[in-house]
Design a protein around this ligand. Structure first.
Ligand code: GLT
Ligand code: MN
Ligand code: MN
Length: 386
């Protein structure tokens, strides 16, 4: 039970299981593993997919010949293990060139370089099978609002994405973009801070038809938001192209903790939502193991992410089939049709009928809802008391 299978589409980034435990206060604690070794590690724990930034795979200063050798070795590892590449992305934040951002850097040379680097990284991702391309604008922001015009920065961002969207179509690539928001870190403030901001921005893009979102649990929790609600809105708009699963205490630095390790109840609502609606794209764990871990513990971390997801999926199934919960839900959502008359679109007659209808406001205010009982049933269920 709770064994990951390919149909679960569990994926990890090379940068997640390959994270060496460096933080702003400390040096790496785990030795580097090659991309090939990491593919084998992922196969060992039962993952389905591996994602990467261009430079997780090919160093930024590699020659073309070096790139070709790295790509060939990586493809061999994929063939040997059956691991697939569902998603790729560009590193537009590590190199000092991107200290003021990439698509929104004030320097036009940096903006042009960011577009060039992304086109090359798109080619690399597509060559390895990626069908989703993530844009996380980690440095697209400011420390001082004296330094950048927000409206101008958004226009630069749009110009870049429109250019790249046209590039993808021009190449005939089967690739969609997924925009990932984050409110801060590494910049003091990052533009388009939440998934909601991204959804609004997408509607202004020339090639918005191939652009969706990649919400991350930790990033919305940093902003104090209900992650599942963000995901649900993206889903309802047909824009949930990818998802970054991890965990995070609100109001802190970006922790990228093991999925479900902090906010189990929120994780339950999320898994229940994804399973209820039939989300069938990758379930990507963008998290990393504690700095105290060795690679054995890194495997325990990766297995834990997937196991928790599957346990919560089982709980979601139990929720759906629980007789008492079902009865409460049908009581809560009961509708005898009395008020169907105004629905299904406006007409002048309906407006007149609704305006003249007599409501017993006091009686309406006296109606209770058994949400306490319902929520406690969920707690009982999650704690194994049902
Ligand atoms: C980085 C970031 C993540 C993004 C990755 C993709 S890189 O680790 O913290 O949230 O998804 O660029
Ligand atoms: Mn994160
Ligand atoms: Mn992420």
């Amino acid at each position: 039970m709770y064994e990951p299978r390919p149909e679960h589409k569990f994926s990890f980034g090379l940068w997640t299981v390959g994270n060496m435990g460096r933080d702003p206060f400390g040096e790496p604690v785990r030795g580097a593993k090659t991309p090939v070794e990491l593919v084998h590690l992922l196969a060992e724990v039962g993952a389905w997919g591996v994602n990467f930034h261009d430079n997780d795979l090919v160093p930024i200063d590699a020659t073309w010949a070096e790139r070709e050798k790295i790509v060939a070795d990586f493809k061999n590892a994929l063939d040997e293990t059956g691991i697939v590449v569902p998603m790729a992305t560009t590193n537009l934040f590590t190199d000092p060139a991107f200290r003021d951002g990439a698509f929104t850097a004030n320097d036009p040379a940096i903006r042009a370089y960011a577009i060039q680097k992304t086109m090359r990284a798109i080619d690399l991702g597509v060559e390895l099978g990626a069908t989703t391309y993530v844009f996380w604008g980690g440095r697209e922001g400011v420390e001082s609002d004296a330094s950048k015009d927000v409206v101008e920065a958004l226009r630069w961002f749009r110009e870049g994405l429109d250019f790249l969207g046209a590039y993808v179509k021009d190449q005939g690539y089967d690739l969609e973009f997924a925009l990932e928001s984050k409110p801060n870190e590494p910049r003091a403030d990052i533009y388009l801070a939440t998934t909601g901001n991204m959804l609004a921005f997408i509607s202004t893009l020339e090639h918005g038809d191939i652009v969706g979102v990649n919400p991350e649990v930790a990033h919305e929790h940093m902003a104090g938001l209900n992650f599942m609600h963000q995901v649900a809105q993206a889903w309802e708009m047909g824009k949930l192209f990818h998802i970054d699963l991890n965990d995070q205490w609100p109001g802190r630095y970006d922790q990228d903790l093991r999925f479900g390790s902090v906010s189990l109840k929120q994780a339950f609502w999320l898994v229940k939502f994804l399973e209820d609606v039939g989300y069938d794209r990758p379930r990507h764990f963008d998290a990393h193991a504690y700095r105290t871990a060795d690679y054995e513990d890194v495997k325990a971390f990766a297995r834990g992410c997937m196991r928790t997801y599957l346990m919560l999926e089982e709980k979601a199934e139990q929720f759906r089939n629980d007789q008492e919960i079902k009865e409460l839900l049908s009581q809560i959502t009961a509708d005898d049709g009395t008020y169907a008359f105004w629905r299904g679109g406006y007409t002048a007659d309906k407006a007149a009928q609704l305006k003249s209808h007599e409501f017993d406001r006091v009686a309406l205010g006296g109606r209770a809802q058994p949400y306490e009982r319902l929520d406690q049933l969920v707690v009982d269920l999650l704690l194994g008391a049902r």
